[in-house]
Design a protein around this ligand. Sequence first.
Ligand code: SF4
Length: 73
Amino acid sequence: MSGIAAAKAGMGYQAATERPRCANCLYSAQEYVDRMPPYDRSGLRCRRGGYLVTAYAVCSQYQAKSPTKKEAA
Ligand code: SF4
């Protein structure tokens, strides 16, 4: 393990995509929010709350969808 990797591991560093967030939450589902081929736009809906969310948002009901690469290793 390199010095940088050890420093990150020691501090519990998480990249933005590894942090708990709506995009990797068990309750989020991708859906089309605007259908106008070929310019369809998709968004995320919280299936628990029933409202649209953004990828980097999070709430107290967060449940991990699957283990991250670091957790699985
Ligand atoms: S609002 Fe909460 S429960 Fe819903 S997808 Fe985001 S983190 Fe998960």
